[in-house]
Ligand binder design. Structure first.
Ligand SMILES: [Zn+2]
Length: 300
C-alpha cells in the first residue's frame, strides 16, 4: 500500500460518537418523550452497531447520543469495571469520542452505563445512569401479542402480572423473581427494570439521577426521571423484599475484602473450596478499602 496515501478527511473518521447526527438527534428526541411519560416504552429506530445485539447496543446508543467532550464515563458490567463487556464498550467510546474522560469511580462519572447493577454509591442530580435492557416489556411473560400488551399498558391493567406473582406465592411461599422485578413507575406504567437484582430496585425510587433504559434489539427506550416513584409490584400481606444475605445463624454476611454488611454480595468458591462473599460493586469495595487504609495510617 502507498504509505503516503491519506484518506480524505470525511472518510477518514467516524463522526463524534460513531452515530451520525440524525441518529443521535432521534435518540435524544426519544429520550425527551420517555422522560415526559415515565416508564413508557418509547419506540425508536435502533441502529446497527458494530457489535452483536444483546451486547448492550441499546445502552450504547443512549450513551453515544448523550455524551459530550465534557463528560466522564464509567462502564460497568455486573458491578465490575474490568469484565470483558465493560472493557470493550469503554474502549469503543474512547475510540469514537475523542476528548471524553473515562473513570472507574462512581463519584467522578457524569454518565454511567451499566449492565445488571445500579451502583452502590448513591447517585446525584449531576449524573445519568444508562441501563442495558434485553427485554423491555414485563408483560411478555403473560401476553405474547404486542398489540394487546400495549392496550394493557395503556389501561394500567397489570392484573395478569399480579396473578403470576400470586402463583409464585402459592407454589413457593414467596415471590421467586430474582432479577427483572416488575416495577411501577410514577403510579402507572410497569417496567422491566433490566436484569438488576431485586436488591437494586429500591435504588430507582426517587433517584436524584436520571435513569434511562435502552433496549437495542427491541428498539425501545424508557426512563425513570429524577425524583419519581418506582414501586415494585407486591401485595399488602406479602410485601416486596430484597436479598438479605444472611448465614444459617441469621447473621448478615460481610464482604470478605472490605467488611461491608450493606452491599450486594457475589458468592464464589475459593481455592480451598470455601464459600467467599465479596461486594459485587468493585468501585464501592475499593473505595471502602482505601478509606480504611487511610484511616489506619492516620491512626498509626
Ligand atoms: Zn467489599
Amino acid at each position: 500500500m502507498n504509505s503516503s496515501y491519506e484518506l480524505p478527511q470525511d472518510e477518514a473518521a467516524y463522526s463524534f460518537g460513531f452515530l451520525d447526527e440524525y441518529a443521535k438527534r432521534e435518540v435524544r428526541r426519544t429520550v425527551l418523550k420517555a422522560i415526559c411519560i415515565p416508564g413508557y416504552q418509547t419506540p425508536y429506530a435502533s441502529r446497527e452497531m458494530p457489535m452483536g445485539r444483546g451486547f448492550g447496543t441499546g445502552g450504547l446508543q443512549l450513551t453515544l447520543s448523550l455524551i459530550g467532550p465534557d463528560d466522564t464515563l464509567k462502564v460497568i458490567d455486573q458491578g465490575s469495571d474490568d469484565s470483558v463487556n465493560a472493557v470493550n464498550l469503554r474502549q469503543f467510546v474512547e475510540l469514537t469520542c475523542p476528548g471524553v474522560d473515562t473513570t472507574e469511580s462512581t463519584r467522578e462519572a457524569t454518565l454511567i452505563q451499566s449492565r445488571h447493577r445500579v451502583p452502590e454509591t448513591t447517585l446525584t442530580e449531576a449524573q445519568v445512569l444508562v441501563l442495558q435492557v434485553p427485554y423491555p416489556d414485563p408483560l411478555v411473560v403473560v401476553e405474547p401479542s404486542e398489540a394487546k400488551r400495549k392496550i394493557m399498558h395503556g389501561e394500567g391493567d397489570y392484573s395478569r402480572l399480579l396473578t403470576k406473582l400470586y402463583e409464585d406465592i402459592v407454589k413457593f411461599d414467596e415471590i421467586t423473581i430474582s432479577h427483572r422485578y416488575p416495577t411501577r413507575i410514577n403510579g402507572h406504567y410497569v417496567i422491566d427494570p433490566s436484569p438488576i437484582p431485586r436488591y437494586d430496585v429500591p435504588g430507582l425510587h426517587q433517584s436524584a439521577a436520571l435513569i434511562l433504559l435502552g433496549a437495542g434489539r427491541e428498539k425501545k427506550i424508557y426512563a425513570v426521571p429524577p425524583y419519581t416513584d418506582a414501586v415494585p409490584l407486591a401485595f399488602d400481606d406479602v410485601p416486596f423484599r430484597t436479598e438479605d444475605f444472611r448465614d444459617r445463624k441469621g447473621q448478615r454476611i460481610a464482604c470478605a475484602r472490605c467488611g461491608s454488611t450493606e452491599s450486594f454480595l457475589d458468592e464464589f468458591t475459593d481455592d480451598r473450596g470455601r464459600k467467599v462473599h465479596q461486594c459485587s460493586d468493585s468501585d464501592y469495595c475499593n473505595e471502602r478499602l482505601s478509606t480504611q487504609a487511610f484511616a489506619g495510617e492516620m491512626g498509626a
